[in-house]
Design a protein around this ligand. Structure first.
Ligand code: HEM
Ligand code: HEM
Length: 180
């Protein structure tokens, strides 16, 4: 089983990162919505910590993914260079941008509260912005908007993958077992 990507195939590393990121991100969307509806207190503070820690996990995975894709470029979308091809390209780039922007805006909003931002309750990361209520509202507002854009993009991406698979071009099969 090839670890690296080929000109027409997805290698194991890319597939594991893709599906691992998917699970983590869907869990984070659910957890984020849960904590946004809560009144922070001693009983639920750990959920905030978990959300932040997993958010740094997403940031690490997307960085690894880019490093890996520079070392081992993924194959282009299947089929002719028509509108669908370019739509897939734009969606994939959109994912990369959002998977950086969302954790960074969450980090900025959390810094603006003036409370230390920690990974796994152990390592404190430096604040990205000065503490203020205005900055907190701005960065968390942006964090919330971007997560809704991400959710929309995931739905479109999933529907496009399923549609193409049903049309028989092997797009989904290739992301599951590497080749068509
Ligand atoms: C890909 C990673 C992430 C995803 C998908 C995500 C998702 C979300 C979502 C959906 C919400 C609810 C937004 C709303 O309805 O207003 C939220 C809230 C929140 N996120 Fe994230 N988040 C991520 C990363 C982070 C990171 C890295 C941090 C901090 C270091 C963070 C801190 C927070 C906090 C504190 C809230 C609650 C904000 C409030 O009380 O209004 N998030 N997140
Ligand atoms: C958080 C959720 C998801 C994210 C962030 C995501 C992101 C990406 C990205 C960036 C690519 C381009 C290849 C790469 O750079 O690794 C890709 C490809 C792909 N994704 Fe997703 N994806 C998600 C969920 C899903 C789901 C739910 C499905 C299907 C049920 C899916 C099916 C595919 C397929 C079939 C490809 C290959 C497309 C091609 O061959 O051009 N993805 N995804």
């Amino acid at each position: 089983m090839a670890l690296r990507n080929g000109p027409e195939e997805f290698g194991l590393v890319t597939r594991l990162i893709h599906w691992g990121t998917m699970l983590l991100v869907i869990g984070m969307l659910a957890l984020g919505n849960r904590i946004a509806d809560m009144q922070p207190g001693l009983a639920n503070l750990w959920l905030y910590g978990l959300h932040k820690t997993l958010g740094f996990g997403v940031l690490t995975l997307v960085t690894l993914r880019i490093v890996w894709h520079v070392a081992s470029p993924p194959p282009p979308p299947i089929g002719p260079r028509n509108a669908g091809f370019w739509a897939a390209r734009v969606a994939h780039w959109g994912f990369y941008v959002l998977l950086f922007a969302i954790p960074l805006t969450g980090w900025a909003g959390s810094s603006a509260t003036g409370i230390d931002v920690m990974i796994a309750d152990r390592w404190t990361v430096p604040p990205l912005v000065e503490a203020s209520e205005a900055a907190e509202a701005f960065w968390f507002g942006l964090h919330g908007i971007l997560t809704k854009v991400l959710f929309g993009l995931i739905v479109l991406h999933m529907l496009a993958a399923l549609k193409r698979e049903m049309e028989g071009d092997g797009t989904l099969t290739r992301m599951i077992r590497g080749r068509v």
